[in-house]
Design a protein around this ligand. Structure first.
Ligand SMILES: Cc1cc2nc3c(=O)[nH]c(=O)nc-3n(C[C@H](O)[C@H](O)[C@H](O)COP(=O)(O)OP(=O)(O)OC[C@H]3O[C@@H](n4cnc5c(N)ncnc54)[C@H](O)[C@@H]3O)c2cc1C
Length: 648
């Protein structure tokens, strides 16, 4: 991009996050690589003081931030032990060590204490500089007010109703999703301002830039109920045949598999991709593919080339309305699709997504670390990070600590103790415990436990996580959105798949902006993948892309896309953008089996089931061990892993 364009976009402007990335955050990062992050043997190296530690505000390139993954990668590459310092024995002994402070790890600590009593001594080790795993939050201070965004896990929502364990845990934390939804979510604000959903077609994919406002029906039924697709697409840079076929896919009631029963149709739709369904069954013009390509990104992390048509039917995509498919799940559907076909769970979005669940769990485990008493006040509570790893507390959370080995002391069958070795930069420490729950990313477990049976290691390696990146942008007002009449934009073919105004929620002392003149946060998402490859290969390619993208590249693409979408509404990227946080998740969603690429294994033969087998005093949790990516599953798997530690 030219210097002139960069100047117009504001690449030379001083913004909060970029300065943090290039300055303060890097200093903190290098401190972490040499510090001991609150461990009891801090005399050994320069102590790291977590007093001013407030990671949700730190930002820059967040998610898997610099300093969080290098140790794990060097362990994978076989280089870690060559440069590591000698292991220092902390002499700390716990009843349980949990690896991973995501919702699964925090829930494991909760269930263990419930099982073994309040005096149970538990240590949670986490490689990031914050707890929550994917359920992290971004804090912005715009115009003097706190504004929050989810850095990862967006909302309470699952394909199946929350189990008694998961629902029970939410209830104990004070979370009643339907009640909170009713009391705190403002569903009327954007509608009252006349804001609608829109589609942005970019010139690189469609020939010229065009913003189409007022999508008919809209995803989730939010769009223009009475508007026709041919009217909506009238000015789109699409050929007449493509416009006609999109209208046909969306509106016609043709049964493309006449003569077959619903079950027979479903069986066929399970075996072809949605892309092939559109091209070969609906016989649409190939130009429609680009329009629909990213519709499945948010759910599965790949496009319509790699998702079965039947799963897309369950997700509510168009083309099936005349096919008389019976409601409900069928054989050969993915976990998400089968669940959603049967109904799904309750839903609720906290202003910081499920980070509020993580904060409530930490409050439950270490009350002084998250001051307050209610589900409402947790949203604005200021976490006391220096209380997380307090020797006087029976439960401790140690951040910036990557576990590099988990070993039964003696043979797995006879062991009564586990030794955990963790690294903070090049410093290496060990602790002992009566049991261990590995609530970390399952594909890393073979490197932590090389003694595992080969079949189990192979199964764990199978679980390739889905890469995603969420970007939070603070803008000084949303007048352009108001003028253009838009609240959310899907952008198939552009860098960011979707852009939306932050959801208006008012909870406790937290209030969302109500006037377009006020600053607001935008949420942008991208699912990097490589259409045409098998799903797991697409995820690996997407991960490489994310790790190779600099903050500057993310920023330029963000400014460029916002300028092109909102420019005609008066948006000035240089003046209006105040802050940018990029939440990069190279290891995002837990892998969900895909009927187009994975065998239809019986339950016992599934890689996640083989992979999560108990190994002596070590058990395995995380959503990976449930082969999907939902908070209720993270909780359920934690419960199972803790129960497996209970002596028979
Ligand atoms: C961008 C994004 C959006 C999502 N949105 C939703 C949503 O809206 N609703 C929903 O239900 N689910 C959502 N999910 C799925 C989400 O993964 C789960 O809901 C849940 O938060 C996962 O919790 P977990 O504890 O199983 O795993 P994680 O949150 O991944 O936690 C595991 C933790 O273990 C740490 N770890 C890994 N290896 C080590 C090691 N060796 N040593 C120490 N620590 C280690 C990891 O860094 C991580 O912090 C989303 C996921 C992503 C990435």
């Amino acid at each position: 991009m030219s210097d002139d364009r960069d100047r117009y976009l504001g690449m030379e402007r001083t913004i909060t996050r970029r300065d943090f990335l290039n300055g303060a955050a890097m200093i903190v990062g290098s401190t972490l690589l040499t510090g001991t992050a609150g461990s009891s043997n801090s005399a050994k190296t320069e102590p790291y003081s977590p007093t001013d530690h407030n990671p949700p505000r730190l930002t820059g390139l967040r998610g898997s931030h610099a300093g969080s993954f290098e140790t794990a990668h060097s362990l994978r590459d076989g280089t870690f032990w060559k440069t590591a310092a000698p292991v220092f024995d902390t002499k700390e002994v716990y009843d349980l060590v949990v690896v991973g402070a995501g919702i699964s790890g925090l829930s494991a600590a909760h269930f263990f204490r419930e099982r073994f009593g309040k005096s149970a001594r538990i240590l949670i080790l986490e490689n990031h500089d914050d707890f929550g795993g994917h359920a992290k939050r971004n804090e912005f201070h715009l115009g003097g007010n706190l504004q929050l965004l989810n850095g990862g896990t967006f909302l309470i929502d699952s394909p199946t109703p929350y189990s008694s364990q998961a629902d029970g845990l939410l209830k104990r934390l004070g979370i009643d999703p339907p009640k909170l939804e009713e009391a705190t979510t403002d569903h009327k604000l954007y509608r009252s301002l006349g804001l609608k959903s829109a589609v942005f077609l970019n010139k690189e994919t469609f020939g010229s830039d065009k913003l189409l406002v007022g999508e008919p029906g809209g995803r989730g039924g939010r769009g223009e109920k009475t508007r026709s697709w041919s009217n909506f697409l009238a000015d789109a840079p699409l050929s007449e045949a493509v416009r006609r076929d999109i209208a046909r896919i969306e509106e016609s009631n043709v049964d493309y598999m006449q003569g077959l029963s619903s079950a027979e149709k479903k069986a066929r739709l399970a075996k072809i991709s949605y892309r092939d369904f559109l091209l070969e069954v609906v016989k649409a013009d190939p130009g429609v593919v680009a329009f629909y390509q990213t519709r499945t990104h948010g759910e599965w992390g790949v496009g319509i080339d790699a998702e079965p048509a039947l799963d897309c039917w369950a997700l509510g995509l168009a083309g099936f309305q005349g096919m008389h498919l019976d409601p409900g799940a069928a054989p050969n559907m993915s976990y998400s699709a089968a669940g959603y076909a049967n109904g799904g769970s309750y839903r609720y979005h906290f202003p910081d997504g499920n980070a509020s669940i993580a904060r409530l769990l930490v409050r439950d485990l270490i009350p002084t670390a998250v001051p307050g008493h209610t589900v409402e006040d947790v949203v604005t509570a200021r976490v006391e990070y220096n209380h997380l790893d307090n020797p006087s507390s029976p439960i401790r959370i140690r951040l910036n600590s990557t576990v590099v080995a988990a070993r039964n002391m003696g043979s797995p069958a006879a062991a009564s103790e586990v030794e955990l070795t963790y690294a903070q930069g090049r410093q290496v420490f060990k602790v002992r415990a009566g049991g261990c729950v590995l609530a970390c990313w399952n594909m890393m477990i073979p490197y932590l436990c090389p003694e595992l049976p080969d079949a189990q290691k192979e199964a764990l390696h199978y679980l390739v996580k889905v890469p995603l990146v969420y970007c939070g942008v603070g803008v000084r007002n949303w007048n352009a959105f108001h003028k253009l009449g838009i609240q959310s934009v899907s952008a198939p073919g552009a860098y960011w798949d979707s852009i939306s105004l932050n959801a208006p929620i008012n909870i406790g002392n937290y209030h969302s902006p109500t006037s377009p003149n006020e600053p607001i946060l935008l949420h942008l998402s991208r699912t990097p993948c490589k259409p045409g490859l098998p799903a797991r290969e697409q995820h690996k390619a997407g991960r490489m892309e994310l790790l190779a993208t600099s903050f500057e590249d993310f920023e330029r693409k963000t400014r460029d896309q916002l300028a092109r979408i909102l420019g005609s509404g008066g948006f000035d990227p240089a003046e209006d953008i105040q802050a940018i946080t990029v939440n990069r998740w190279p290891h995002g969603y837990g892998y969900e089996y895909n009927p187009l690429f994975d065998p239809d294994w019986p339950e016992a033969k599934r890689p996640n089931v083989i992979g999560r087998q108990k190994f002596g005093r070590i058990t395995i949790a995380n959503t990976d061990s449930g082969a999907t990516a939902y908070t209720d599953v993270a909780i359920d798997q934690a419960h199972r892993a803790v129960e497996e530690l209970v002596p028979v």
